[in-house]
Design a protein around this ligand. Structure first.
Ligand code: NAD
Length: 365
C-alpha cells in the first residue's frame, strides 16, 4: 500500500488538506492549510505541470508550512497555507479555470486566502476575485496592494544597513561592495537603494537588457552569471535563484554577509551552519524578504475592515521586521547557533503561543 497523507514527511500536522476537482474546466487543485493559529492561512497559488498528484501534494505541504513560518516571523495576524493547480500554465489556463478555483476556495469560508505564485498572474487572481473575496494581490481598487517588489527590496535594503552597522560599525554603505545576483523586480529596486546609500555594486543577470539598465543607473561593474560568487565583495545579495549557498559556492564566496531576497537560499541546513562557523552573517531569507507578504497583508486587513491599502501600516510592520532581525542576530551570537535556526525557533514559538491562546479562548467561550 502506498503512503497516506498522514505518513508523508511533509505532513507536519497540517490542519487541513483539501482536494478540488471541477469536471467542466478540468480544475485539479489542492489547498493545504498548515496553521490558522495566528489568523486565516495566507499563501499563493502555484500552477505547475506536476508529474503526479503525489508530487503536487508534497510541494503544497512543504510550501504551506513555509508560509506559516514566513507570516509568523513577519508578525502578521495570518496563518500559513498554499494551493497548487495541477496543469501547464502556458497551455491550460482559462478564465473559467480560475473562476472554478475561486469557487473552490470560497467553500473554505475564509480560512485560506490565495494570491499569485509561479504560473499564476494578477489577471488570474482577478478572475477568481469575481466569485470569492478570499484572494489577495490585486492591482485595482482601494484595497489593492499592487506590486510587492518595492517593499520586498526596502526590507532587504534595511537588512543590509543592519548588517553594516553590526559588522562595520557604519550607518551607510560607503566603501562597501555588494554583489547582486539578479536585477529583476526586487534586485533592480535594491541596486538603486544600495547605490544611493554609497555602496559599490557588482551585478549579474541572464537578462542582458535589465543588466545594462541597472549598470547605467548605478555605475555597477557587470560580471558573467557564474562569476558573481568570485566577486571581491563584502556582501552577497542573492536576488534570483534558490540554493545558491551550496558546497560549491561556499568556498568561492569571500563576503562577510549574505543579505538577499531570493527564497530558499540555503541548499541544505548544513550550509547555514557552515556559514555560521566561518563567521559569515547570514540574514535568513524568509525573514528579510517578508516585505512582500507584509504588503499583501495590508490588502487583507483592508478587505476585512472595508478600508483601504495603508502604507503607514506597512511601514510599521517593516520596522517590526527589522526588530525581529536584530533579535535573531543577537540570539545567534549569544547562543552560538546559526541564524536560520534562531529564526525557525522564533517563528515556532509565535505559532505555538497563538495556538495556546486560541485554545484558551475556545475553552472560555
Ligand atoms: P524576477 O524574476 O523579477 O527577477 C529575477 C531575476 O534573476 C531576473 O532578472 C532573471 O533574469 C535573473 N536570473 C535568473 N537566473 C539567473 C542566473 N542564473 N543568474 C543571474 N540572474 C538570473 O523575480 P523577483 O520578483 O525580483 O524575485 C527575485 C527573488 O526574490 C526570487 O527568488 C523570489 O522568489 C524572491 N522574492 C520575491 C518577492 C517579491 O516581492 N517579488 C518577495 C519575496 C521573495
Amino acid at each position: 500500500m502506498g503512503k497516506t497523507l498522514f505518513d508523508s514527511p511533509s505532513f507536519a500536522n497540517h490542519e487541513g488538506v483539501h482536494s478540488f476537482f471541477d469536471e467542466k474546466t478540468g480544475l485539479k487543485a489542492i489547498v493545504a492549510v498548515h496553521s490558522t493559529a495566528r489568523g486565516p492561512a495566507v499563501g499563493g497559488c502555484r500552477m505547475w505541470n506536476y508529474a503526479s498528484s503525489a508530487e503536487a501534494l508534497e510541494d503544497v505541504l512543504r510550501l504551506s508550512k513555509g508560509m506559516s513560518y514566513k507570516n509568523a516571523i513577519a508578525d502578521l495576524e495570518m496563518g500559513g497555507g498554499k494551493s497548487v493547480i495541477i496543469g501547464d500554465s502556458r497551455t491550460q489556463k482559462t478564465p473559467e479555470l480560475f473562476r472554478a478555483f475561486g469557487r473552490a476556495i470560497d467553500t473554505l469560508g475564509g480560512c485560506y486566502y490565495s494570491a499569485e505564485d509561479v504560473g499564476v498572474s494578477v489577471e488570474d487572481i482577478a478572475e477568481a476575485r469575481k466569485v470569492t473575496p478570499y484572494v489577495l494581490g490585486l492591482k485595482d481598487g482601494p484595497e489593492a496592494s499592487g506590486d510587492p517588489s518595492p517593499v520586498t527590496a526596502e526590507g532587504v535594503f534595511r537588512s543590509t544597513l543592519v548588517a553594516a552597522r553590526r559588522l562595520w560599525k557604519q550607518d551607510d554603505l560607503t566603501g562597501l561592495t555588494v554583489a547582486v545576483q539578479g536585477v529583476g523586480h526586487v534586485g533592480g529596486y535594491l541596486a538603486d537603494k544600495l547605490h544611493k546609500a554609497g555602496a559599490k555594486l557588482v551585478i549579474t543577470d541572464v537578462n542582458v537588457q535589465a543588466l545594462e539598465e541597472v549598470a547605467a543607473r548605478t555605475g555597477a561593474q557587470v560580471v558573467a552569471p557564474d562569476a558573481i560568487y568570485d566577486a571581491k565583495a563584502d556582501i552577497y545579495a542573492p536576488c534570483a535563484l534558490g540554493a545558491t549557498l551550496n558546497p560549491e559556492t561556499l568556498d568561492r564566496l569571500t563576503v562577510k554577509a549574505v543579505v538577499g531576497a531570493a527564497n530558499n537560499q540555503l541548499a541544505t541546513a548544513d550550509i547555514g551552519q557552515a556559514l555560521f562557523d566561518r563567521g559569515v552573517l547570514y540574514a535568513p531569507d524568509y525573514v528579510i524578504n517578508g516585505g512582500g507578504i507584509i504588503n499583501v497583508a495590508s490588502e487583507m486587513t483592508a478587505r476585512q475592515t472595508g478600508g483601504a491599502y495603508d502604507p503607514a501600516w506597512v511601514e510599521a510592520k517593516l520596522v517590526r521586521l527589522m526588530e525581529t532581525l536584530e533579535e535573531i542576530l543577537e540570539r545567534s551570537a549569544a547562543e552560538k547557533r546559526p541564524t536560520h535556526e534562531i529564526a525557525d525557533a522564533i517563528a515556532e514559538a509565535r505559532i505555538s503561543a497563538a495556538a495556546v491562546e486560541k485554545a484558551q479562548l475556545r475553552k472560555a467561550a
